[in-house]
Write a protein that binds this ligand. Structure first.
Ligand code: NAD
Length: 302
């Protein structure tokens, strides 16, 4: 969970960054971009160990960003890194952090009850004006917002991985989100250097509603023995111009996160064939092969 506070300058986010080799949790990437654009960010996670790893991955990522941004100016690069890191701190205590936070961006596990539990708790400690946003990829923002007493100050901010590189932000307005809150979320997205699009609170919003069924259809094509995963990946990159093949993308996103999305949609619409459970995906998740983050998914990374 990243909790950005007041904007202090408009330094553009590292749009030049190359795709990171090992995907890290979404919250630390969101936090990196917010800190790099001059926001004060407190990254909250469950343990100091996880936070140490996140801080290290942010530093590594910033080094890569600045190598390109300031190719012949090592001093400017190191100043940018120092300034970004000075905007950034970590905590394992969300209740202690939220009392001085203007905006909470939640990016924890894709589970409705866990998200509701967190927001219900934060709602008690956050000041009146604080806006809550969820980065959920597939859950209804309304269902999460209903765990709080600030439905008018609650919306969706859906980032895309790798966050420093991807320009899009989906901004979600529920029927209860106030226009002021929505405008603040749009302004915040622009301040991060993103291009915001708005979408109603519908499952998967725009991108995932189109993308996830395509990813699952790729797995089913492979399961039927019609083509190898390698050939499907090559075909979609060279034939459709996609930067990653569907199996590479699934490994990058995380197979557990993809399964959470599919399970949720299947529960909602069990008769929809696009949302039917995917055996191979479920098998890999049961084997803890979650993609890049665990070193193996459809492919091996170790
Ligand atoms: N994976 C993607 O490409 C992607 C893209 C956009 C949005 N999202 C969304 O972001 C969220 C996180 O997805 P992810 O793939 O980064 O998951 P992840 O499992 O990689 O990371 C989740 C992080 O949340 C932490 N966490 C879990 N419960 C917590 C709690 N109660 N309090 C504080 N921290 C907690 C975990 O320790 C972990 O570091 C999901 O809602 C997902 O839909 C994911």
């Amino acid at each position: 969970m990243a909790a950005p506070r007041e904007k202090t300058d408009g330094t553009p986010a590292g749009s030049e960054i190359r795709p990171i080799k090992h995907r890290r949790d979404t919250a630390s990437s969101d936090g990196q971009v917010a800190a790099a654009t001059g926001h004060t960010v407190v990254l909250v996670d469950q343990t100091d160990d996880i936070l140490k790893k996140s801080a290290k991955s942010i530093e590594d990522s910033l080094k890569r960003v600045t190598k390109k941004m300031f190719a012949d100016k090592p001093e400017a690069a190191s100043q940018f890194i120092t300034k970004t890191l000075s905007n950034f701190s970590t905590s394992t205590d969300p209740a202690a952090v939220v009392h001085s936070t203007d905006l909470v961006v939640e990016a924890i596990i894709e589970n409705l009850e866990v998200k509701r539990e967190l927001f219900k708790r934060l709602d008690k400690f956050a000041p009146e004006h604080t806006i809550f946003a969820s980065n959920t990829s597939s859950l209804a923002i309304t269902d999460i917002a209903n765990s709080t007493t600030r439905q008018d100050r609650f919306g969706g901010l859906h980032f895309f991985n790798p966050v420093p590189m991807m320009k899009l932000m989906e901004v979600i307005k529920t029927p209860m989100t106030s226009q002021t809150t929505f405008d603040s979320l749009m302004d915040f997205s622009k301040a991060l250097g993103k291009t915001p699009v708005s979408c109603k609170d519908t499952p998967g919003f725009i991108v995932n509603r189109l993308l996830v069924p395509y990813l699952m259809e790729s797995v089913r094509l492979h399961e039927r023995g019609h083509a190898s995963k390698e050939d499907i990946d090559v075909a979609m990159k060279l034939g459709a111009g996609y930067p990653m093949g569907p199996f590479e993308l699934l490994d990058y996103v995380g197979l557990d996160t993809s399964k959470y999305i599919m399970d949720g949609w299947y529960q909602m619409e069990p008769e929809n064939p696009l949302f039917a459970p995917c055996e191979l995906l479920n098998k890999l998740v049961a084997e803890k092969k979650l993609g890049k983050k665990t070193g193996e998914g459809f492919y091996k990374y170790r």
